[in-house]
Design a protein around this ligand. Structure first.
Ligand SMILES: Nc1ncnc2c1ncn2[C@@H]1O[C@H](COP(=O)(O)OP(=O)(O)O)[C@@H](O)[C@H]1O
Ligand SMILES: [Mg+2]
Length: 328
């Protein structure tokens, strides 16, 4: 297949120039972002969005290289099923223009976590639609329009200085690769783009994640690092007995990348997500899943070498050593 660079004669559209101008604008907008970490899976409903928000909460309680807390934001890249605005309690906080140049202020939670999600601009229940020049042909353009919209958002938002920008990916094994290719030219260097895959401890889920891993491995050399996977719903946390009970039969599918952490299904976490997760509070403090998210965040911060600051908490997290799987 031809790439943009192979196009000879573009009918005067200067398509290559347009793509490069857009990429360079986005690179500029992201210049204050230390690491872009995409949270994907391939599988839907495994808790990508929940894990993303839990990691954001946990990361911002860690001390960063400058000594202050890590600065974190979330980009909800699931344009068709955006839920970060709702989960983060920012449904009524739209992206506000900062100036006449089209720059947008990032809605922020009281804990400082910025959240950019179409859920804060699309009324609840409304689907994302695009104008079309040819009725009935929308599907031909849809994927392209979605990626263009995402690039537009990335380029327009005033991200400021961030240690980590977490990107909540939509489902689809092939989409994980699509996003890897989309993001790779936008970061300052290839090691600034990381991938964390979320799976359930079931063979069905691991099977799909294994496809995503294979697809990422097949694009080796094109930028980005697979940091590992997070096992979500690793048992059910019973609040009555205080124990984690099995939810799925022991899976046999092996994922060839380090496990960064295991979060049990915790009804308190499901409630936090449904109600708009507040910062701190009893529900969070008592959540077994959030405790596990804290260990996972520490493992990720360590891999990103963000743990240099004084007061960085690193407890024994039971995670495997950095046997990093490079997808570059
Ligand atoms: N560890 C967990 N404990 C409790 N509820 C969870 C957990 N992980 C996910 N959920 C709930 O499961 C549902 C699906 O999770 P979500 O994060 O939206 O999945 P995905 O983004 O992969 O489609 C949500 O309602 C969420 O609150
Ligand atoms: Mg999601």
């Amino acid at each position: 297949m031809k790439t943009y660079r192979d196009i000879a004669g573009d009918g005067g559209s200067n398509v290559l120039g347009q793509v490069e101008a857009r990429q360079s604008a986005v690179r500029g907008a992201l210049s204050g972002v230390g690491h872009l970490v995409a949270v994907g899976s391939g599988k839907g409903g495994v808790g990508k969005s929940t894990v993303t928000l839990a990691l954001a909460r946990a990361l911002c309680s860690l001390a960063g290289p400058s000594g202050g807390p890590l600065r974190v934001a979330i980009l909800d890249a699931d344009l068709n099923g955006p839920c970060q605005a709702r989960m983060a309690g920012l449904e009524g906080a739209p992206l506000v223009p900062l100036d006449g140049a089209g720059r947008l202020a990032m809605p922020r939670r009281p804990d400082g976590i910025g959240v950019v999600s179409l859920g804060s601009v699309l009324p609840g229940g409304d689907p994302l639609t695009f104008e079309t020049v040819s009725t009935g042909e929308e599907q031909t353009w849809r994927a392209t329009r979605e990626l263009a919209l995402l690039l537009q958002l990335l380029g327009a938002v005033e991200w400021g200085e961030l240690d980590v920008l977490l990107v909540d990916l939509p489902p689809g094994a092939e989409r994980t690769v699509q996003f890897a290719d989309l993001f790779a030219p936008l970061v300052a260097s290839p090691d600034r783009l990381g991938f964390v895959m979320v799976t359930l401890p079931s063979d069905v889920s691991r099977g799909v994640v294994a496809r995503s891993l294979a697809a990422l491995a097949a694009r080796a050399g094109r930028g980005g690092t697979l940091l590992g996977y997070v096992e979500n719903m690793a048992g059910y946390f019973c609040r009555d007995c205080g124990e984690v009970r099995p939810l799925f039969p022991e899976p046999t599918t092996v994922l060839d990348t380090p496990c960064l952490g295991r979060l049990p299904f915790d009804p308190a976490l499901a409630e936090l997500c449904d109600r708009g997760w507040p910062a701190g509070g009893e529900a969070e403090a008592e959540s077994e899943a959030f405790r596990a998210a804290g260990e996972t965040a520490e493992a990720i911060a360590k891999l990103l070498e963000l743990g240099e600051g004084p007061g960085f908490r690193v407890q024994g997290s039971g995670t495997r050593s950095r046997d990093e799987e490079a997808v570059r």
